[in-house]
Design a protein around this ligand. Structure first.
Ligand SMILES: NC(=O)c1ccc[n+]([C@@H]2O[C@H](COP(=O)([O-])OP(=O)(O)OC[C@H]3O[C@@H](n4cnc5c(N)ncnc54)[C@H](OP(=O)(O)O)[C@@H]3O)[C@@H](O)[C@H]2O)c1
Length: 305
């Protein structure tokens, strides 16, 4: 199957493109400001804000499915550039989903757990959303634009970590890099989440396409923990000093954009749809660690053009 992945230089897009290529998909990855050198899939650089050029690049790839991973995905960058965040996170998904529908292609929109305000936790897909930041508001608007343009599309609300092109993109890399350098750092005890290892997420997204799912799904680990506990588990798995992580409450800090605290997601809808359990936190960290032992971070960083 020919698969088009936007954001192919990003944390998810790169891992997904590589995994899909290994599974035998013919992948075209769209990137923007960065390129990839020596990647085992086709890479095209295009600005998704230039709709005509982007559509031409998509049509040239003749995809049979599209996974839209590109976004202004930094919460602080979105807060500082709300117009860009709106165009990238709300408008682009809408016209891309419409273009996929016109061409009869399955379309996956990658969204975020941050569409919820984090007061109650345990969120199901149909629960009321209440985004707190520019990033979260524009991602929710993107979901709505996709649903309006293409009701058959999948909207995957997720949260994930893994090894990235820069070696610095994900929360897990941050913990790992700081701990390995022996640098003290903070871990939030009151921020709860359900992190998936990025290659597990990539595998699930491909399965969701194969199962011809549509609608909103929570694609996350089936259990939650605090960001502090996540850091401690990383330290233990890599044999690093967990004592460097100071337990602090995020609620007491000013971190620019507002952040939801309890983003625990109910994943039973996806488990039922796929007929399988989703990978737990320790299982994901085991793979994250195994990939490090196998030199995967260096392989990814080697693709930097
Ligand atoms: N990371 C998380 O924990 C997390 C959690 C929940 C949801 N999400 C969502 O998951 C998706 C992937 O996130 P990520 O962390 O993998 O993102 P990322 O690492 O920040 O990568 C963003 C990607 O978007 C591309 N991009 C940005 N502006 C573009 C433009 N104008 N035209 C074309 N491409 C553009 C970037 O291309 P260049 O680098 O080449 O410029 C890059 O490939 C996003 O939708 C994000 O909102 C992420």
């Amino acid at each position: 199957m020919r698969l088009l992945v936007t954001g192919a230089t990003g944390l998810l897009g790169l891992n997904l493109s590589l995994l899909a290529a290994r599974q035998g998909f013919q992948v075209t990855g769209l990137a923007h400001s960065r390129s990839l050198s020596g990647a085992p899939f086709e890479v095209r650089q295009v600005d998704l804000l230039d709709r005509d050029s982007a559509l031409a690049a998509i049509d040239a790839a003749r995809p049979e499915a599209i996974v839209h991973c590109a976004a202004l995905a930094s919460i602080n960058a979105a807060e500082q550039q709300p117009d860009l965040a709106w165009r990238m996170n709300a408008e682009v998904p809408g016209w891309l989903a419409a273009a996929a529908k016109q061409r009869g292609l399955p379309f996956v929109q990658v969204s975020t757990d941050a569409v919820f305000n984090g007061e109650a936790g345990g969120y199901r897909e149909e629960d009321a959303t209440d985004p707190l930041s520019v990033y979260a508001r524009t991602k929710l608007a993107g979901e709505q634009a996709v649903q309006a343009a293409n009701p058959e599309a999948v909207i995957a609300r997720t949260v994930f970590y893994g090894w990235s092109l820069s070696g610095r993109r994900s929360l897990a890399e941050f913990f790992f890099n700081q701990l390995r350098a022996g640098e003290p750092l903070k871990g939030f005890t009151d921020t709860l989440f359900c992190p998936l290892y990025v290659e597990d997420l990539a595998e699930l997204l491909l399965k969701m396409i194969a199962h011809e799912l549509s609608g909103v799904y929570h694609v996350a680990a089936p259990e939650h923990l605090s960001k502090y506990d996540f850091g401690v588990r990383i330290a233990r798995r890599f044999g690093l000093d967990a004592g460097l992580i100071a337990p602090v409450r995020a609620g007491s800090l000013d971190r620019g954009a507002a952040r939801s605290l309890n983003l625990t997601l109910d994943t039973s809808k996806l488990q039922q749809a796929l007929g399988q359990a989703l990978p737990g936190v320790d299982e994901g960290l085991e793979r994250f660690h195994g990939r490090w032992e196998a030199g995967y971070p260096q392989i990814l960083q080697g693709f930097q053009a």
